[in-house]
Design a protein around this ligand. Structure first.
Ligand SMILES: *[C@@H]1O[C@H](CO)[C@@H](O)[C@H](O)[C@H]1NC(C)=O
Ligand SMILES: *[C@@H]1O[C@H](CO)[C@@H](O)[C@H](O)[C@H]1NC(C)=O
Ligand SMILES: *[C@@H]1O[C@H](CO)[C@@H](O)[C@H](O)[C@H]1NC(C)=O
Ligand SMILES: *[C@@H]1O[C@H](CO)[C@@H](O)[C@H](O)[C@H]1NC(C)=O
Ligand SMILES: *[C@@H]1O[C@H](CO)[C@@H](O)[C@H](O)[C@H]1NC(C)=O
Ligand SMILES: *[C@@H]1O[C@H](CO)[C@@H](O)[C@H](O)[C@H]1NC(C)=O
Ligand SMILES: *[C@@H]1O[C@H](CO)[C@@H](O)[C@H](O)[C@H]1NC(C)=O
Ligand SMILES: *[C@@H]1O[C@H](CO)[C@@H](O)[C@H](O)[C@H]1NC(C)=O
Ligand SMILES: *[C@@H]1O[C@H](CO)[C@@H](O)[C@H](O)[C@H]1NC(C)=O
Ligand SMILES: *[C@@H]1O[C@H](CO)[C@@H](O)[C@H](O)[C@H]1NC(C)=O
Ligand SMILES: *[C@@H]1O[C@H](CO)[C@@H](O)[C@H](O)[C@H]1NC(C)=O
Ligand SMILES: *[C@@H]1O[C@H](CO)[C@@H](O)[C@H](O)[C@H]1NC(C)=O
Length: 697
């Protein structure tokens, strides 16, 4: 079988030039990945992708719709396609390699006698809210001659109106402009938008409001054109330049597909590298609605605190390229060094793939005096501020900037302290449907969310020393703890975060979260000088954890392990909530439990990981890395290498899924497709702990 597959690969390889992929060939290659609405990818996995090539297939929004983005190059009058799938399709370049870092996707290509490299940079700046808040992506195109001769080269690129709405029958409008000449930092831009603006609305997950800009430096030799796709592209392929004209027949996105194009005449190109940089951004002055004690407010996107209009913002961000490229390189290097040190090369394959994905779920906003970070759950649901989606995401947040965690928790506290959550004394699940944080959803996860809020609040305070935050919310924290005192040792029939698996009473892992939550409150009480609360909660937690070990462990199994639910000795599952005990250093759970689980997981490992529990063959990779982070080295490495193999081999074709079949690496049967979820921030679980492996005591 192995021989047969290699043989077939060899045959294909002889017919079609193969690209290399480093450190892996992900299921979908990140191109422009910055916000819930600027999230475009190149599908690679065999369920619908082309194996990881930039040319010959359209890029798509995370939810699957085409976001037209084309690249062509004319070398000595011969036109090649380097991105997208225009019809007619000029000769496709040879893609030699694809590689990714935490912030970049880099394609190296050959078009006849020239080398052509395309770098997509989607910056992540966790400490710099101005840069983080503007969804802008940079595409650098570098060219040089490879045969020692000079060649006449013209570059072409366009984007389509498909970016402006998820409803292709909507009318788009557009306008071309320049802000000055290149020598004075001037840029040329196409502005395009959904003609009928509907603030805070979505269609098929795409935004129905805001203004898109496709921009480049206003250099000598730049031409532009807007118009029907085939006309504009045909103009370039026949002459190597555009007409500098605008089509003003504003029309539906799918009516004679309007595109917005640039051509740059690079002139005679020799062995030195010539670079052109293009940016694509979505300017939304307001991006979130939020209900605080005074009612519903529109919250401005954070960049508006520095730039009062879109063009001055665009001018800054375009000309910021070299700065933000250096910041991004520093982040790439930090994650590279830390990941290899903690988990080896395979671990870097995981972490560097998902930095952009984790941050593309976030919106950075301000109400004028306070700044907030809102999160879109993405794909499993469009919920905003989902507590059990923030929870698995926090390892990357704690590693990069713990203050961001407070900025995510604040809206949840403000909303519940204003009295808007009336379902019960447990914590809310979410604040509504993104981008409207205005009403709590109806999904109920009593123990899950109460435990999550306690654990996350303490994690933030421990990392920052901000004990005033604990005092500020002491009332709600106490209320949730008291809920857990009643419902965590023997949790009633309820769902956990793994809601797709259904509800169950006495879930061993869920109970553990609740008990650690109670101990987290003991630590919170201690940090805020509430001595009697500390004593009370800490003795309850100690008593519960000892009973839990009797109820939740199949001691006689070989080897012993925790169960899915009490008394079900022939079941098992990932005990991922144990991670919180290590993260918070609560030291509530005896080290023997860590060792027992670490010894057990390898005995039930499938090719692509350990199943979430015995009900199904599917697994959740965020929870696997939580388990990996607190296991002995061999078990840690097993989890990490299985996920690295999954990334390389899965037939799934969307932004990397966290829910899949551990036996064949395909979609989890019987569930929706989880795509582009920020929970992959949980892959940073090793880096959020100060040490890996079983805690020494
Ligand atoms: C490209 O086409 C132009 C105009 O037709 C012609 O003058 C030129 O010689 C051609 N260049 C090459 C390298 O074929
Ligand atoms: C593209 O990248 C390859 C591999 O790193 C390199 O050999 C080539 O010189 C680069 N080409 C350009 C135009 O920078
Ligand atoms: C831009 O360049 C054009 C043509 O070279 C020139 O006429 C114009 O004065 C320049 N404008 C600015 C603002 O420098
Ligand atoms: C957000 O709320 C507005 C009303 O304020 C509504 O028009 C819009 O459809 C909502 N957005 C979503 C995504 O539900
Ligand atoms: C572009 O200009 C050429 C030459 O003037 C003309 O033949 C062609 O029709 C124009 N194309 C468009 C789309 O305006
Ligand atoms: C912004 O939010 C903070 C924190 O809730 C609140 O104190 C302040 O009043 C809000 N500002 C405005 C202008 O609503
Ligand atoms: C949950 O576990 C407790 C303790 O073993 C047991 O008394 C109770 O019957 C269980 N509940 C269910 C619904 O199985
Ligand atoms: C309470 O805090 C003190 C110092 O702040 C520390 O020594 C002690 O271990 C803490 N106790 C608990 C139970 O966290
Ligand atoms: C499960 O195993 C424990 C010992 O680990 C034992 O006490 C208990 O009776 C078993 N429960 C069932 C239902 O077999
Ligand atoms: C897991 O997959 C195997 C092999 O395909 C199948 O026999 C088994 O029934 C599956 N188990 C569950 C729990 O779905
Ligand atoms: C860990 O794995 C290595 C290599 O497979 C093996 O030699 C070693 O015995 C394992 N250690 C433990 C503690 O299982
Ligand atoms: C981890 O280390 C950092 C820096 O040394 C320290 O500030 C932080 O409190 C530690 N966290 C835990 C959970 O031990």
């Amino acid at each position: 079988m192995v021989w047969l597959i290699s043989f077939v690969a060899l045959l294909v390889g002889s017919a079609v030039a193969q690209s290399s992929f480093s450190p892996a060939r992900p299921p979908s290659l990140p191109l422009a990945v910055r916000s819930p609405y600027l999230s475009t990818w190149q599908e690679a996995g065999s369920d619908g992708g082309n194996g990881g090539y930039l040319a010959g297939q359209w890029a798509t929004f995370w939810a699957g719709a085409i976001t037209g983005w084309t690249g062509m190059v004319r070398v000595d009058n011969t036109t090649y396609t380097w991105m997208g799938n225009p019809d007619p399709l000029p000769t496709v370049v040879t893609q030699n390699s694809f590689s990714y870092t935490s912030t970049r996707s880099i394609f190296a290509m050959t078009a006849g006698p020239v080398s052509l490299n395309i770098t997509f940079l989607s910056p992540v700046t966790p400490d710099d809210f101005l840069r983080q808040s503007m969804p802008i992506t940079y595409m650098s195109v570098q060219v040089h001659s490879t045969d020692g001769k000079q060649h006449s080269v013209q570059l072409y690129t366009d984007v389509s109106a498909e970016w402006t709405s998820g409803d292709r029958s909507q009318v788009a409008q557009w306008q071309y402009g320049v802000t000055g000449n290149a020598s004075a930092g001037g840029i040329a831009y196409h502005k395009f938008w959904r003609q009928l603006q509907r603030e805070f609305s979505e269609e098929n997950q795409q935004a129905s409001w805001g203004y898109w800009y496709y921009a480049t430096e206003n250099v000598q030799g730049l031409t532009f054109q807007s118009g029907e796709d085939v006309t504009v592209r045909g103009q370039f392929t026949s002459s190597g330049k555009l007409n500098n004209t605008e089509d003003t027949n504003y029309r539906a996105i799918n009516d004679a597909y309007p595109v917005y194009s640039f051509a740059v005449d690079l002139g005679s190109v020799g062995s030195s590298v010539v670079e052109s940089v293009f940016t694509l951004n979505l300017a939304q002055e307001n991006s979130i609605q939020f209900q605080n004690a005074n009612g519903i407010q529109s919250l401005a996107t954070y960049w508006t605190t520095s730039y009062s209009d879109e063009l001055s913002a665009l001018t800054f961000f375009y000309n910021d390229y070299s700065n933000v490229a250096s910041l991004s390189t520093a982040l790439d290097n930090r994650i590279d060094t830390d990941s290899v040190a903690k988990g080896g090369a395979d671990y870097l394959t995981l972490t560097s793939l998902v930095v952009r994905q984790a941050f593309n779920a976030l919106a950075f906003v301000t109400n004028g005096t306070s700044d907030f970070v809102f999160l879109k759950e993405i794909s499993s649901d469009g919920d905003i501020q989902t507590v059990d989606v923030i929870f698995p995401t926090i390892p990357i947040i704690l590693y990069l900037n713990p203050t961001l965690l407070k900025m995510m928790l604040d809206p949840l506290y403000i909303f519940q302290e204003a009295g808007y959550f009336t379902q019960g004394t447990y914590a809310a699940h979410d604040l509504g449907y993104f981008p409207n944080a205005t009403t709590a959803g109806t999904e109920v996860q009593q123990v899950e969310e109460s435990g999550n809020m306690l654990i996350m609040t303490l994690a933030y305070a421990q990392r920052t020393g901000d004990t005033s935050y604990l005092n500020q919310h002491y009332g709600l924290l106490t209320q949730w703890t008291n809920y857990l005192v009643n419902d965590s040792l023997i949790p009633s029939n309820q769902i956990s975060t793994d809601d797709f698996a259904g509800s169950l009473a006495n879930q061993t892992n869920l109970a553990l979260k609740g008990i650690i939550g109670i101990q987290a409150m003991a630590v919170i009480a201690n940090m805020t000088g509430h001595a009697s609360d500390r004593a009370n909660y800490s003795s309850i937690a100690a008593s519960y954890i000892s009973q839990w070990q009797t109820l939740g462990i199949a001691q006689d199994a070989s080897p012993p392990h925790t169960t899915l639910a009490y008394g079900m000795n022939d079941t098992h599952g990932l005990l991922y909530n144990l991670y919180a005990d290590a993260l918070l250093q609560t030291k509530l759970v005896p080290v023997e439990v860590y060792q027992m689980q670490s010894n057990f997981y390898p005995t039930v490992a499938d090719p692509y990981g350990v199943a979430l529990d015995t009900r199904h063959n599917w697994t959740k990779s965020d929870w696997e890395v939580f388990c990996a982070a607190i296991a002995a080295p061999n078990t840690t490495n097993l989890f990490i290498s299985d996920i690295a193999n999954f990334i390389n081999e899965t037939p799934t074709n969307g932004p990397v899924t966290d829910l899949y079949d551990a036996i064949n690496g395909d979609w989890a049967e019987g569930t929706g497709h989880f795509l582009d979820r920020p929970v992959v921030g949980g892959w940073f679980a090793l880096l959020a702990l100060n040490q890996t492996g079983i805690p020494s005591s």
